[in-house]
Each structure stands twice: as structure tokens, then as C-alpha cells.
Design a protein around this ligand. Structure first.
Ligand code: ARG
Length: 459
């Protein structure tokens, strides 16, 4: 088997060495973008007088035939040709003859692979952003119909203060909004053309890098050829943005898993997103939520993989960089899959507002209301906190809640207590009134929802 780069070699590598070095098993995912890059390169070679009109026309026709086949996944790749770039070049030569070999003028696989990866990550970043938007739209709908649904709010996983369910869901909406902003910001650095950097040092051919940049829809060209071929920051950024998004999904999944347990029963995950047990007939397990939580580990792994591959590399290209693709591809597939499944799961989730309300009625999460009541009547807050603490302690001893304490007993702690204290102690009141900006009060949540509506499709 003659290698496309075989000229200076006396011996062919052994088959198993070939196999070890080949990336075609996974970089064939880049087939279409690779041909798109080649079409742009060929056009530029024509415009710069490096290819004649006839040569260009033949090369272009051949590439378009291959592109159509690539889109239908009908191209046949061979391990002997190592990677997607050499496989496509070989297929072009088979299609149009030795002229196909002219396409590689003023180009190296080093700027070619970087171009392919930029095109791929750019396209996938946009697609990831739209997956996030769809999930946000679902969360927004869920929130809108649950402004007055009340559940316990926690700190340290201990009951803290009651909150609106909409408020809780919207916390995730805003995390996802920041995730989107991060993806969108990193797009600036992905949207750059390395093409024309050559192997590392540029070329003596009179090329025009702006032509290929325009043709491929990139916003800028890399100003330095060494940087152009050896930069993988944009891929690392994608993985890092994805890792943060996965961390958010994982936290939400953790809550759904807890909330769907017998102990909480705050939500019911639809049968379509759950599984049973092969032994225990009563089981309904929140598998999809667990799996998404688990897949965050896989995405973090890819980020660390990529950072580690890059950390010791001298300029410019090194074969180590072939190890960049699998973590990026896997991350893209994983995060998009997780976002879709999570979205579907949230569309079908049932909210058990009665259980949530029962929970807040049987706790001391209205203790802050009691302290605030006294503070509003003039008692210094620190003192009000102390008095309330004593009342809570006495209630715990007796096994009753704050709403069960008779007024004369309240008045034995402070004469500031009056009949209206019971109104303040209702969980509904506690939530409803917290209308400071960004608070869980019903009005504050309504303005938050309006803001979310405006923000949702900004990106
Ligand atoms: N398959 C290689 C990769 O994925 C393409 C670039 C190879 N360049 C080279 N000079 N060996 O990184």
C-alpha cells in the first residue's frame, strides 16, 4: 500500500502500527466539513491563480460528488489512509485522477484538521444553545403554572423557609441562561479560520486567507500560523461550558431523585422516564435522572482528558492532538442527549402540590416569620431571634408547630404578640410577602417570569 506521504520512506509501517496511528475510526464524523473546507480551499486556489479554471472545475465536481455521498454516509473509508483528510484525498484521486493531488497545494493536514474541528464545534455550539433554549422554555412553562405552589426551601438540606415552586424552577432557568451566554461567548473564539496556516509556518504560494474565511463563514483569520494549527482552546472551552451545564443538570436531577422518593413525594416522574426492577415489583426508579447525573462525570472526564493532552505540547502540531476529537465528539453527543431527555422528562413531570404543602405545614420553616413579626413591632431583631428560638424549642418538646401555640402562651413570651400573628405564620403568607427584588414573593416571581420571557430568545 503506497502512502500518500510515502516518498521518503524505505519501509511501510506494519499493519498494526497503521491501525494504532489511524483516526479514521472516529474522525470520519468530520467528512462533510472536511469536504466543505476543501471546496473553499479549491475556490481560493482558483481565485489566486494557483489552479486553472478547468482544474478547479474538475476538482470541484469531484468534491461535490464525494460530499453528496458523505451526507448519505456512503463513503467507504480505509484504515491504510489513516485519517479523514487522506481518505477524502484518496477518494478524490480515485474519482478524478491524479489532478486530485493538486488540491493539497498550499495546505497541510494540520491547518485542515484545525479548520474541520472549528467548523464542527461552531455548528455544534449553535445546536447546543438551541437545545438549552428548548429546555428553558419547558421550565418557564412549568414555573408559570406553579407560582403559588409552595414547597420547603432548604439550606444544608434542612428546612429553611418556604418558597414558590416556580421560584425554585426558575433558579435553574437562570443557570441555563448563563450556560448559554458562556457557549455564545466562546463562539467568538471558535468562529476563526486557521486555514492557510499550512503545516505551521504559512506558505510561499500567493494564497488569500480571507477568501477561505469568507467562504467558510468564519469571522476572522488567526493572525499567527503557529497558533492557528496548535490551538485547541475553543474545543476545551466547549467541553468546559458543557461540564458546567452538566453540573447544573446533575444538581437538578439530584433534587428530582430526592423529590420522587417515598420520603418526599413532591413530584412524580413519568413512567416513560422511569424503569422497574427485575426483582422488586413495586419499584419505579428515576433512571433517566440518575443517568444524567452520572453522565456529568463522563463530561468532566473529557474536559480533563483534553486539558491533559494539551498541557505539555510544544508548538506547533503534535500527533497527540489527534486525541482531541473523541472527547469533543463524546461531549457533544452526551450533553445534547442529556438536554433532550431532561426536557422530555420535565414536560411530563407531575407536581404534587398537596404533599409539598403538607411538608411546609409540618415544620418550623415559618420561624423567621415569627422573629420578623416581633422585629416589625419594635423588638430588636437579635432579641426577637432569641425569643423565637425559645418558642421553637418549647414546641419541639411538646411535638407541636408554631401555628398550634395558643395566643396566651405567645403572650407569655412577649406582650407584642396579637391575633394577627397566625396570619403571618401561614406558609402562603411567608412566601407571598417576600417581594424584594429576586425574592420568592408571588409578585417578585411574576416579574422574574416576565424578564425570563424577554431573555429567553435573546441568544
Ligand atoms: N489525523 C490527524 C489529527 O487528527 C490529522 C493531522 C495530522 N497531521 C500530521 N502531520 N500528522 O490530528
Amino acid at each position: 500500500m503506497t502512502k500518500l506521504w510515502g516518498g521518503r520512506f524505505e519501509k511501510h509501517p506494519e499493519e498494526w502500527v497503521d491501525e494504532f496511528g489511524a483516526s479514521i475510526g472516529f474522525d470520519q464524523k468530520l467528512a462533510v466539513v472536511d469536504i466543505t473546507g476543501s471546496l473553499a480551499h479549491a475556490k481560493m486556489l482558483l481565485q489566486c491563480g494557483i489552479l486553472s479554471i478547468e482544474e478547479h472545475s474538475l476538482i470541484q465536481t469531484g468534491l461535490l460528488v464525494l460530499k453528496e455521498r458523505a451526507e448519505k454516509q456512503q463513503l467507504e473509508f480505509k484504515t491504510e489512509y489513516e485519517d479523514i483528510h487522506l481518505n477524502i484525498e484518496k477518494l478524490l484521486i480515485d474519482e478524478i485522477g491524479p489532478l486530485g493531488g493538486k488540491l493539497h497545494t498550499a495546505r497541510s493536514r494540520n491547518d485542515q484538521v484545525a479548520t474541520d474541528l472549528h467548523l464542527h464545534v461552531k455548528e455544534e455550539t449553535l445546536s447546543t444553545i438551541s437545545h438549552i433554549s428548548s429546555l428553558q422554555a419547558t421550565l418557564l412553562e412549568l414555573a408559570k403554572s406553579n407560582v403559588e405552589t409552595i414547597l420547603p426551601g432548604y439550606t444544608h438540606l434542612q428546612r429553611a423557609q418556604p418558597v414558590s415552586f416556580a421560584h425554585h424552577v426558575m433558579a435553574y432557568f437562570w443557570m441555563l441562561q448563563r450556560d448559554k451566554e458562556r457557549f455564545s461567548d466562546s463562539l467568538k473564539r471558535t468562529d476563526m479560520s486557521p486555514l492557510g496556516a499550512g503545516a505551521l509556518a504559512g506558505t510561499t504560494f500567493p494564497i488569500d486567507r480571507n477568501l477561505t474565511k469568507e467562504e467558510l463563514g468564519f469571522s476572522k483569520v488567526y493572525p499567527n500560523s503557529l497558533d492557528a494549527v496548535s490551538d485547541r482552546d475553543f474545543a476545551i472551552e466547549y467541553c468546559s461550558n458543557a461540564a458546567i451545564t452538566m453540573m447544573h443538570l446533575s444538581r437538578f436531577c439530584e433534587e428530582l431523585i430526592l423529590w420522587s422518593s417515598q420520603e418526599f413525594q413532591f413530584v412524580e416522574i413519568s413512567d416513560s422516564y422511569s424503569t422497574g426492577s427485575s426483582m422488586m415489583p413495586q419499584k419505579k426508579n428515576p433512571d433517566m435522572a440518575e443517568l444524567i447525573r452520572g453522565k456529568s462525570g463522563r463530561v468532566y472526564g473529557s474536559l480533563v482528558h483534553l486539558l491533559t493532552v494539551m498541557k505539555g505540547l510544544p508548538l506547533a502540531y503534535n500527533k497527540d492532538m489527534q486525541e482531541d476529537k473523541e472527547p469533543v465528539f463524546d461531549t457533544i453527543e452526551t450533553i445534547k442527549g442529556c438536554l433532550s431527555i431532561f426536557n422530555g422528562m420535565m414536560k411530563e413531570i407531575k407536581i404534587n402540590d398537596i404533599k409539598m404543602m403538607e411538608a411546609v405545614r409540618k415544620d418550623y420553616s415559618n420561624a423567621t416569620e415569627l422573629a420578623d413579626y416581633l422585629a416589625k413591632k419594635g423588638m430588636p431583631f437579635r432579641e426577637a431571634h432569641e425569643v423565637t428560638g425559645k418558642i421553637v424549642f418549647a414546641c419541639i418538646q411538646k411535638g407541636i408547630y408554631l401555628l398550634d401555640v395558643p395566643l396566651d402562651e405567645y403572650r407569655s413570651y412577649s406582650m407584642l404578640f396579637e391575633e394577627d400573628v397566625y396570619h403571618d405564620l401561614l406558609p402562603e403568607t411567608a412566601v407571598e410577602k417576600r417581594n424584594s427584588e429576586g425574592g420568592t414573593g408571588f409578585e417578585a416571581v411574576q416579574s422574574q417570569l416576565a424578564l425570563a420571557e424577554e431573555t429567553l430568545f435573546e441568544l
